[in-house]
Design a protein around this ligand. Sequence first.
Ligand code: IVH
Length: 693
Amino acid sequence: MAQQGTLPLPLDPAERAAKLREHIREHDYRYYVLDDPIISDAEYDALVAELRALEAEHPELITPDSPTQRVSGAVAEGFAKVQHPQPILSLGNASDADDVRAWHERIRAYAEKNLPDLDLERLERFVVEPKIDGLTVVLTYESGVFARGATRGDGSVGEDITANLRTIRQLPLTLRREMLNGTVPTRLVVRGEAYMPVADFERMNQALREAGERPFANPRNAAAGSLRQLDPAVTAKRPLRLFCYAIVDYDGDVPAPTTQWETLHWLRQAGFPVSDLAQRFEALEAAIAYCESFIPRRDEMPFEIDGVVIKLDDLEAAAALGYVGKDPRGAIAYKFPPREATTRLRAVVVRIGRTGNVVPNAVLDPVQVGGITISNATLHNFDDIARKDIRLGDRVIVKRAGDVIPYVAGPVVSARTGEEQPILPPTECPYCATPLTRREGEVALYCLNPDCPGRADRAIEHFVGRSAMNIEGLGEKIVAQLIEAGLVNDVADLYYLKKEDLLGLERFAEKKAQNLLNAIEASKRQPLARLLVGLGIRHVGEVAARALAERFGSLDGLIEAATNHPEQLQDIEGVGPVIADSVREWACRESTRALIEKLKRAGVNPVQAARPLISEGPLTGKTFVITGTLSQPREAVAEWIAAHGGKVTDSVSKNTSYLVVGDSPGANKLTKARQLNIPILDEAGLRALVEPT
Ligand code: IVH
């Protein structure tokens, strides 16, 4: 088949429509399934436009599997019931490696007892696949053409969602006959999982919120909700994707695959999207190790997985083992701990953040989330509480993912009893009674007293944190312990701690005390930029801190300039008027002077060669903000930008020229950039500004 965007011209409209369809189908497969298109979007659009025109002129040529028919059909009144050809089974669960070993022992014992003819070696080969958290779909193909798609329902009867499934571009409307040696099964039923990638889910929820509609609780609900729309045009707009992993029913001249591994290969050939994370193993322990390798990678996956599935590779052996209830014996789900749970909101306490921002914190009935017990979670701010209508006494959904602080995502409105009470924002700081204020354009309330005792622990936590002085072994609990014992009131006090002080504390033995002192001592060698980040100067993030450190070389140099020549601050790449003002205000504060003297006396005084850093280049005059993970560390990208004359700042404003977006970008920066119509670039786009292609 020709692989280009243009077609030689058969004149017969029927032939031409068939050819166009064949080509479009191939390009869809390359684009949506292989992620490897070979023609431009414009060439592709031209093919589709031509087919549409042809079909408009000759409606009799329209076929149900035509790519123009993905969004078609009227709004349904409801969904018809569909009887599945085979029970759509579920899976038993394992929650750790021992559970998986026990499963394998069980099936071996079962086979020994009940299947004397089965060679036990056939139970020793496995396929491991990610368990995508979406919605099961059952897809029927008649003579190679997509005929019907259904939900799982109760496992024997599902709902007909054919029109909605058709809108998923990854779903083949026709099997790729040429890849199946020219023959397709007369009947094929495939099982898969429809899902929504996390980033798309977040974007969609944002759009729903902006439109005043109710957002979905998680990607799985979003996928399910989108597939249960009565109007396929709505489903078509939802970013749904598909993975297929099983043949449920097969009728054809060529025998069906007999192993799971071959099944995945066959499905891929036939045109179905198949996970490329699936792997085959010859030993259970290797399979288990692979399962566990997903746990730390869970947050980096573009889609939610709630576990992995281990399947016997030998499908005949698996079938012979049968099932218990709805769970086949031949496979098991290694489930990861859920990352959301519901519990009761008992109280709201206010904490003061590092910059004086007021953070409402939820006191919860203890609940397990993602493998740890949670009894506190952030409620972000009081506007958020009001917007989500969270009330005291509510059952609330608590979420956590990876390193993210647990947070209350929203109330379970249906569980309300009427006893719940509204949560009102405080008017004064609970620590120092300063009236709280709101800064223009921000949602947070602030306690503007820079010496508010409520801030001390947050300031210290920030100072010792990973992006600042990186003092290992000094977590939130120990900081609280040190403050409570009166040993530490500000960050400088850390450098005056003595071993005897620590040994007097609960749970501090010789070794732990010494390790902590060593870590504190080592932090004196951190570069100036980290110290500046640690001091928590408002608006000074990593980029600005590095720029200030490079320009002034020492704490004294910075303080001197900020007090006597504040105009010098603004000349620095990466420092705008807001940061400059904030640094000046900070430098002039009496408490800052005292703190810095105290740090210097303790030997915390990093010095580096000061160098003015202004290059001329193609990016001169351009201001960039970076969000998400790029191919290199952010500092390296920032340096590259600076070397070409541009500057990098921490937050998006109307002065930003471009937002550079990597993987897992921050939603706030993206939204802000869109609101301000700021051009958004990926890394290649950034490079192209310097070396146009
Ligand atoms: S196999 C007999 N494989 O997980 C076959 N299921 O608890 C049973 N799921 O609702 C299913 N990814 O929809 C299988 N790679 C995968 C899966 C998978 C997600 C879902 C499935 C089912 C649930 C089972």
